[in-house]
Ligand binder design. Structure first.
Ligand code: P6P
Length: 339
């Protein structure tokens, strides 16, 4: 009889736990709670296009329920799914200026969750893939007390787990808890995430580059030279590369993770820190890409070693296949500003 490899996310997490005798199962339950939020957000994202057709007019639907902007809905869904499990001492969201404290009537846990509930949500009306990104740390302040900013502003290398959910032609959850990077595809028939991409490894070198070339005139001269270099013809080094840019970080990086390539959101003369957030976007995506054998830097230093100063701080990012990221770092390093 054909043996079905029926590996659900929940089972995979638990089996991953067995590799750690000291594990308490709390992280497993936290990740399982996250997958529930992902399923509900996926359902909402996938019917968003039907809103007008189904009479979801104005701010209330035909059932009289409040219809929220999708990113607000995703933020609220993450909070609702995660606030009561007893695994967290504090949360922080890209959609919320300040820390999100655990309601006093719920048990406090030893983990910290930072998330971007719906990255790229401006693309949803065009039915372009968008995503949720999450980052998990262990608290560093004493147990039993509400989590603090200190618990949140940790170096990216301290993450214990990170992942993203990309809502595209199918909904895929990719995560790492330090033992490889694994992808699970949601089977909407019975609402389970099933293992579809085991132990993802990003190719050492790709042939895709992802960047908003509309900002070319504002770039560092070394970056301009690098992009021109990728566009030259040279069969041995696989050039010219293909330009692929969706404008949705999760989707762009997910594609490059599987196919190889480099995603860049650099600083420029208008935005000296780039656009993307260190804590909610760059740290978790860098943790995942490094765990898959890739590299992530701000052009000079490893993203995961950038000391966080503010919850919503932005950093430049070059992330993807290790050889490609190293090469753009060399172009930037060797080209002095203004030359
Ligand atoms: P630009 C989406 O708004 C986002 O935050 C990322 O998902 C995406 O990579 C980037 O901004 C796109 O920014 O300036 O190229 O439109």
């Amino acid at each position: 009889m054909l043996k079905l490899r029926f590996m659900t996310l929940a089972r995979h997490i638990i089996e991953g736990e067995k590799m750690h005798p000291e594990a308490t199962g709390e992280l497993s339950k936290l990740l399982s709670d996250l997958s529930l939020a992902a399923k509900v957000i996926s359902l909402e994202v996938n019917k968003a296009g039907l809103a007008d057709i189904l009479g979801f007019t104005g701010s209330h639907n035909i059932h009289g329920e409040e219809v929220k902007k999708l990113d607000v809905f995703a933020h609220d869904m993450m909070f609702t799914a995660m606030d009561h499990g007893g695994h967290l001492c504090v949360m922080a969201s890209e959609e919320e200026e300040n820390l999100i404290h655990i309601p006093s009537h719920f048990k406090l846990g030893k983990y910290v969750l930072l998330f971007d509930p719906l990255d790229g949500s401006s693309n949803i009306d065009a039915n372009i893939s968008i995503g949720t990104i999450f980052s998990i740390y262990k608290r560093i302040t004493p147990d039993g007390t509400p989590g603090t900013m200190e618990d949140c502003l940790q170096l990216g290398i301290n993450q214990v787990a990170a992942g993203y959910i990309v809502y595209g032609s199918s909904t895929i959850l990719v995560y790492t808890a330090g033992h490889g990077v694994h992808g699970f595809t949601l089977d909407p028939a019975f609402g389970e995430f099933l293992l579809s991409h085991e132990n993802i490894k990003i190719p050492k070198k790709g042939r895709i580059y992802s960047i908003n070339e509309g900002n070319y005139k504002y770039w560092h001269p070394g970056l301009k030279k690098y992009i021109k270099y990728l566009q030259e013809e040279d069969e041995d080094s696989g050039r010219p590369y293909s330009s692929r840019y969706i404008g949705s970080m999760v989707a762009d990086i997910h594609r490059n993770l599987l196919y190889g390539g480099i995603f860049m959101y650099p600083a420029d003369s208008r935005n000296p820190n780039g656009k993307l957030r260190l804590m909610y976007e760059c740290n978790p995506m860098s943790f995942i890409v490094e765990a898959a054998g890739g590299r992530a830097s701000d052009g000079k230093q490893r993203i995961l070693e950038i000391k966080p100063e503010k919850l919503h701080q932005r950093v430049p990012i070059f992330i993807g296949s290790a050889e490609d990221v190293k090469l753009v770092e060399n172009f930037i390093h060797s080209e002095k500003l203004g030359s």
